[in-house]
Design a protein around this ligand. Structure first.
Ligand code: ZN
Ligand code: ZN
Length: 133
């Protein structure tokens, strides 16, 4: 197997092994356990190729982080503004959004992204546990 494809496969496997929507530098740290001399630039390049070919998706949150995701089925994300955790969200009734937007814009709409922000359950519970809260 060629070197570049082993690197790409490792990057993909690392991402497929988690549901946490990691950043490129997190993936880089994991990939280095498999391929010690892999560079961050190589990880970025492979991530961008994997995205181009539709194996993965990525999105940016308000904190400026780009998150990668090997789940490519249509789904949305919730980002906790306290701990930064990103959770998958499958929402019913959004199939029509593209065609609704298309009608309003009078443009061709192929895709949309929705990102929800708030506090996750864990952060809500830990706030409750704090005294004077
Ligand atoms: Zn949280
Ligand atoms: Zn996801």
């Amino acid at each position: 197997m060629k070197k570049y494809s082993r690197q790409r496969e490792t990057v993909l496997e690392v991402l497929q092994s988690v549901k946490t929507h990691p950043t490129a530098s997190w993936i880089y740290d994991r990939a280095r356990l498999e391929i010690p001399n892999i560079s961050l630039g190589t990880v970025y390049r492979n991530l961008s190729e994997l995205r181009k070919f539709g194996y993965i998706i990525s999105f940016k949150t308000d904190d400026g982080n780009e998150h990668f995701d090997a789940t490519t089925d249509k789904h949305y994300h919730f980002c906790c503004t306290e701990c930064g955790k990103v959770i998958d969200l499958i929402l019913e009734g959004t199939e029509e959004l593209d065609s609704k937007a298309q009608k309003i814009l009078d443009c061709e709409v192929n895709n949309h992204q929705l990102l929800f922000y708030g506090r996750c359950k864990l952060c809500m519970n830990s706030a409750k546990l704090k005294p004077n809260n």
